[in-house]
Design a protein around this ligand. Structure first.
Ligand SMILES: *Cc1c(COP(=O)(O)O)cnc(C)c1O
Length: 265
């Protein structure tokens, strides 16, 4: 799957169409998983609607390794989890208090007991391997000469790698999809340090376009999504890419702006 995702154009912005990278492991999930897929069993963490859980389950089915999903909250079924189970993923539910403590030795021990021999990948798949995978976006844009390259920010792995891989003269702007997203600055810096040993100075995070918080929307954002789809035939997802595209339109970022379309609805 060594394809280069295409560049298209909408409203004066170049769209890096990573949503087209893989049918079941789209966008940044493909890039973040690429170097995490060693053939060993994997267990990872996410909410009940997590795109990351869905992508890991699909990767397990496609490449033939066992997968485990540690899901936040009381046991539920929905289309994401049904898909994951159909792919062969085994699920474990953790109440919210335990889930919050998922990096603690006690909770990790529970997870390792349930999924022996599985490699543990953090929530959202953001680790040093994910940063390495996202570093491959930059070279695919080098022919532009210089640009401001944008992505949504959930856990920060995508921005950390995107910025780290950009050629000189390029900068990266992340759009937080979380309310109170200023902590993400430290997260991105931590991920870059883990992967590279240093923090690159070529990125920043916009925190004013969360529309109420994670997975929240407003009539204004919904209207924007409908209008964008009518004019460009591309449906932006309300959790991530719509908030970035709305933010890009509101800011004057420079003559050449690239938006990484990190996934799809
Ligand atoms: C998971 C996801 C993100 C968040 O990426 P992080 O690396 O966690 O910041 C962004 N966009 C889409 C479409 C996603 O599915």
């Amino acid at each position: 799957m060594a394809v280069v995702s295409p560049l298209t154009r909408a409203d004066g912005v170049l769209l890096k169409r990573d949503d087209l990278l893989h049918p079941d492991i789209p966008g940044n999930k493909w890039r973040k998983l690429k170097y995490n897929l060693t053939g060993e069993p994997i267990v990872t963490f996410g909410g009940a609607y997590s795109n990351h859980i869905r992508a890991v389950a699909a990767a397990g089915r496609e490449f033939g390794f066992p997968t485990g999903g540690v899901i936040r909250g009381e046991p539920v079924r929905n289309e994401v989890l049904d898909f994951a189970v159909a792919c062969g993923m085994r699920l474990m539910f953790l109440d919210r208090a335990r889930y919050r403590a998922k990096a603690s030795p006690e909770v990790l021990r529970l997870v390792r007991e349930e999924f022996p021999g599985h490699r543990v990948i953090p929530e959202g798949g953001s680790n040093a391997e994910a940063v390495r995978g996202c570093m491959e976006i930059g070279p695919e844009l080098a022919h532009l000469g210089e640009a401001v390259v944008c992505c949504p920010v959930g856990t920060g792995g995508t921005l950390a790698g995107l910025a780290a891989g950009l050629p000189p003269g390029f900068t990266a702007v992340g759009f937080s999809v979380l309310k109170g997203g200023s902590f993400l600055h430290d997260e991105v810096a931590r991920l870059q340090t883990e992967a590279l040993g240093h923090v690159t100075p070529n990125w920043r995070i916009e925190t004013g376009f969360h529309f109420g918080g994670y997975a929240r929307t407003t009539p204004e954002l919904s209207a924007y999504i409908r209008d964008f789809e009518t004019r460009h035939g591309l449906r932006l997802d309300h959790v991530y890419t719509a908030k970035m595209m709305y933010g890009i339109r509101a800011l004057a970022l420079g003559p050449t702006v690239v938006a990484v379309i990190t996934g799809r609805v």
